[in-house]
Structures are given as structure tokens and as C-alpha cells.
Design a protein around this ligand. Structure first.
Ligand SMILES: Nc1ncnc2c1ncn2[C@@H]1O[C@H](COP(=O)(O)OS(=O)(=O)O)[C@@H](OP(=O)(O)O)[C@H]1O
Ligand SMILES: [Mg+2]
Ligand SMILES: [Mg+2]
Ligand SMILES: [Mg+2]
Length: 358
């Protein structure tokens, strides 16, 4: 008998690896015209759209009934009158078909929709399969075709992130990080890592270049002064100042490592960094499920704990977002509660200052 979710894992790995081929190819010759600014002022590129088209096409072929909560939608590509939209549609079609048409490898199957191209209409419809509202029950996939689009654009870290949720619990998480070093102790060495976790079956990493998987276990945390925080590059996404105060409360002297995307969860799960702390910057932003689903399972399966800043589990059953934003704290089991306590201490200090008018 095969392990639970074996087929879902294989399909997700195939979809993520093909999408990573696409994003890496795009980075090599991306032009300004291929980037759009969304209504929320965040960037999206032809690579985000085409990667979502590829992954949704594969998931839909393999599991036709499964809904998908995907970050992107095709509305900006559909304008019948805009020349820019026509160019983008054409590029998305070429890019998606470049990675959908190669025939299935030995690890893949034809019934996952591989080995032939799709029309633009089919690919736009595939992107819009990501419009599911989410919710408490049933199966659904959560997809971030490029997490850390700003990192992608600056040649930094980004991740192609796909997760399967059943009754709002993450069961499978697959992430491809094309720019992450295979060996964290050799940052200028080979890059391109695949991270895979299945609930109850552990967390694994392997280089894109081989099938040699390593099991990930978060090592014991170092003494508090040497604990390394992982945090967002963008100060607008997560409060750097609050993190610094938490670190100083704990007596941490090590400098934080700033990195875009769920590569932070990947790094933590392989012991390269000890705490991922993401505190809201106070602008009413709600965290999206696709920004945490696969990463949180990876860390849990590597033996860590993921919660909000009050120590409560993340709730993936509220729709496309995690609801009101109380931040995200991911860390090894031996240190997680200390981080939560330090956060509460800093918050108490802040509210004391406010009430005393300082
Ligand atoms: N205001 C605000 N607050 C918190 N988070 C936000 C905010 N705006 C955007 N986002 C989401 O942040 C995702 C990338 O954040 P990261 O922490 O991974 O990277 S970084 O902040 O860009 O360094 C990024 O993911 P992608 O859009 O997939 O790149 C966004 O979903
Ligand atoms: Mg985005
Ligand atoms: Mg994201
Ligand atoms: Mg994204």
C-alpha cells in the first residue's frame, strides 16, 4: 500500500519543478513591459502568471474536482483593447507551453496533462481556476506561483509554493527555491532546492539537479545570544523594529538574516536560522494562506512549531486569508515559547509607553 498523499506529492513536485524551470528562464531575459503593478501596488510578472497557468493546468488534469486558491487572476491579461495585455497574453502562452509540452519523464504521467500545449484561452482559464474562496472543509490547493516577487525581480530569494489542504489542515507542501544554495554553508555554490513535506511523513530537501533527498530536522537552538532571526526584506511586510526589540529582550546579539519569500521557512527547517518572526506593520494587511501553507507544514514536519504571535495555531479555514493579523512565529520546539513570551513582553512595554504618554 502506498503512503497517504503519494500521488498528490508526485503531482505537486512535477508541477513545481516545471514552474521553476519557467521562472528561471524568465529571469534571464525579463523586460520591464512584462511586469504589471496590481491594485494593491505589488508587482506581478509574466512569470507569476505563466507559473500559475502551468501549475493549475497540471493540478486540474490530475485532480479535476479539486479547487485552487491561487494568488493571481487573469483579469489584467484579458483586456481586449490594451496592446500591453495582448503582449503579456502572448508571452504567458509561450512560456507556459515551453514547460507543459515536454513529454512526461519517468517520474511523471501523461494523465497529468503533460506533453502538449494549450491555447491562450485555456491558459487564462487555468489561471482563473485559482479564484476559489477557500474555507473550512474539503480538499483545496493553495498556490503562490512566485512568492517574493520583489525578490525574484532583484535576483534574490523567491519560492514557487504549492500546498494541499484537507478540511483546512495542510497535508502536503512543496516549495521550489531556484536561487537558494543547495548547501547553506556554501552560499556561492550550486543553487536550486526542492522542499517537500507530507503531514506525518517528515520534511525533505533535494537539489534540483539530483534525486538525492535529505531528511530535515531542526537542530537544537544555539544559546540565546547566537539565535539568528529570519525576517522579510521589505520593512512594509513585517516590522523590523519590533523584531529587533524582541531580539534584544532575549539577549540576542546575532544579526538577523533578511530574505524574501517562504525561503525563510525552508532555511529554518534546515537549521540555517532559528526563528522566523513576521509581525504586522499595523496597516490592516491580512496574511494570505498561500504565503504560509507549504512553509508552515515544512517547519512542523522538521520538528518545529508555527503559530501566531499569541502562540495560537494558524487557521487555514477562514478563506483566502488567515484572518486578523497577529503575526507569524516559526521556531524550533526548544525556543518557540521563549519567543512568544518575549513578544508579549515587548507588546506590554509598548502599551505601557502609550498609556503613560511617553
Ligand atoms: N503589507 C504587507 N504585509 C505583509 N505581507 C505583505 C504585504 N504586502 C504584501 N505582502 C506579502 O508578502 C509576501 C512576500 O513577503 P516576504 O516576507 O516573503 O518577502 S519580502 O517582504 O518581500 O521580503 C508577498 O508575496 P508575493 O506577492 O507572493 O511576493 C505578499 O503576499
Ligand atoms: Mg504578489
Ligand atoms: Mg507570496
Ligand atoms: Mg506571489
Amino acid at each position: 500500500m502506498s503512503a497517504a498523499f503519494a500521488l498528490e506529492k508526485q503531482v505537486a513536485v512535477s508541477a513545481v519543478l516545471r514552474a521553476c524551470q519557467l521562472t528561471s528562464a524568465v529571469f534571464k531575459n525579463l523586460v520591464t513591459k512584462e511586469t504589471v503593478t496590481k491594485k494593491d501596488k505589488s508587482p506581478v510578472t509574466v512569470a507569476d502568471y505563466a507559473a500559475q497557468a502551468v501549475i493549475n493546468t497540471i493540478i486540474t488534469a490530475a485532480f479535476p474536482k479539486d479547487p485552487i486558491v491561487g494568488e493571481e487572476d487573469a483579469s489584467d491579461l484579458r483586456s481586449p483593447t490594451s496592446d500591453d495585455a495582448a503582449l503579456l497574453r502572448e508571452r504567458v502562452t509561450t512560456l507556459a507551453n515551453d514547460v507543459l509540452t515536454p513529454p512526461p519523464s519517468e517520474e511523471e504521467r501523461a494523465e497529468w496533462g503533460l506533453g502538449f500545449g494549450r491555447t491562450t484561452t485555456e491558459l487564462l482559464a487555468a489561471i482563473d481556476r485559482g479564484n476559489y474562496a477557500g474555507g473550512r472543509t474539503g480538499r483545496m490547493w493553495a498556490l503562490d506561483p512566485i512568492d517574493g516577487t520583489k525578490g525574484f525581480l532583484r535576483g534574490g530569494q523567491y519560492a514557487v509554493c504549492l500546498a494541499l489542504l484537507v478540511d483546512s489542515v495542510v497535508q502536503v507542501g512543496v516549495m521550489g527555491c531556484p536561487n537558494l544554495p543547495v548547501d547553506p554553508s556554501n552560499p556561492s555554490g550550486e543553487t536550486g532546492c526542492l522542499f517537500v513535506a507530507v503531514r506525518g511523513q517528515g520534511a525533505q530537501q533535494r537539489p534540483f539537479s539530483s534525486f538525492q533527498s535529505t531528511t530535515l530536522r531542526i537542530p537544537p537552538s544555539p544559546s540565546l545570544s547566537d539565535v539568528q532571526f529570519l525576517e522579510s526584506v521589505e520593512a512594509a511586510h513585517s516590522s523590523h523594529g519590533f523584531n529587533a526589540r524582541v531580539a534584544s529582550t532575549l539577549g540576542v546579539t546575532a544579526q538577523p538574516n533578511r530574505m524574501d519569500s517562504q525561503a525563510k521557512y525552508c532555511s529554518l527547517s534546515r537549521g540555517a536560522g532559528n526563528v522566523y518572526l513576521r509581525m504586522p506593520t499595523g496597516q490592516g494587511y491580512r496574511e494570505k494562506i498561500w504565503d504560509h501553507a507549504s512553509g508552515s507544514l515544512l517547519v512542523e514536519e522538521a520538528g518545529g512549531i508555527v503559530s501566531d504571535s499569541l502562540g495560537r495555531p494558524l487557521d487555514f479555514g477562514l478563506g483566502r486569508t488567515l484572518g486578523e493579523n497577529f503575526g507569524v512565529v516559526a521556531a524550533g520546539k526548544d525556543i518557540h515559547s521563549k519567543i512568544i513570551e518575549a513578544i508579549q513582553a515587548v507588546k506590554a512595554e509598548e502599551s505601557e509607553k502609550l498609556t503613560s504618554g511617553l
